[in-house]
Design a protein around this ligand. Structure first.
Ligand SMILES: Cc1cc2nc3c(=O)[nH]c(=O)nc-3n(C[C@H](O)[C@H](O)[C@H](O)COP(=O)(O)O)c2cc1C
Length: 187
């Protein structure tokens, strides 16, 4: 797919099926991520892949962690949490690795990891894959983060749910940009 078409038409896909991206497609996604703009070339990111039965283990981790925060969680919500990672055949977790740097503040490192995540989203669409970037409580729950092995200097940027779109790949309409870009100074 043409790069501009991919960037301007990209749309998220929430309904995902098997097969998961191939090893080659996944490698391309990681290469896309690694080309995110990066002040100081700190490479302030790393990734986890979670697929197959590991998704069930992640669902258990979600449920266990939520119960530690809210012991009276309903059975319905527990089941919902257990099933969350099963919504796609592959989850790619994007993690920011923050480091002390005299010229690159933490916010810029977070932006870089976020740009890496967006490059994954764009790279998936360009390859005809379905993807949706999700966060929610399970991206910030300390028990989940420690179960995933995050260190104190790390932040979970997103769970990239990846798979095959159930329907044809959608094409997004361009949002209304009127008033969003002005020349400065205004006359
Ligand atoms: C940081 C971040 C977190 C997000 N978390 C969620 C989420 O937890 N659940 C969700 O449905 N969409 C989430 N989204 C939004 C979707 O990824 C998607 O962008 C949105 O549904 C709009 O669809 P579009 O990408 O096709 O425009 C998140 C997006 C970002 C950038």
């Amino acid at each position: 797919m043409d790069a501009i078409a991919a960037l301007t038409q990209r749309a998220s896909v929430a309904k995902l099926d098997a097969p998961a991206p191939t090893a080659g497609q996944l490698d391309t996604l990681l290469q896309c991520a690694a080309r995110a703009a990066d002040h100081g070339l700190l490479r302030p990111w790393r990734f986890l892949t979670i697929e197959g039965e590991a998704r069930e283990a992640l669902g258990e981790l979600f449920c266990r962690s939520a119960l530690r925060e809210e012991p009276s969680l309903s059975e319905t919500l527990q089941t919902k949490l257990r099933n969350m990672p099963l919504r796609a055949p592959l989850l790619l977790v994007v993690i920011a690795q923050l480091q002390d740097h005299p010229k690159v503040p933490e916010v810029e490192q977070l932006l870089c990891a976020g740009a890496a995540a967006q490059n994954i989203v764009n790279g998936a669409y360009a390859q005809g894959l379905g993807v949706i970037w999700r966060t929610g409580d399970m991206a910030y729950n300390e028990h989940v983060l420690s179960g995933l092995g995050l260190q104190a200097n790390e932040r979970l940027i997103g769970y990239m749910y990846l798979g095959t779109p159930v329907k044809a790949l959608p094409q997004a309409a361009t949002p209304d940009l009127s008033g969003r870009c002005q020349s400065w100074p205004q006359s």
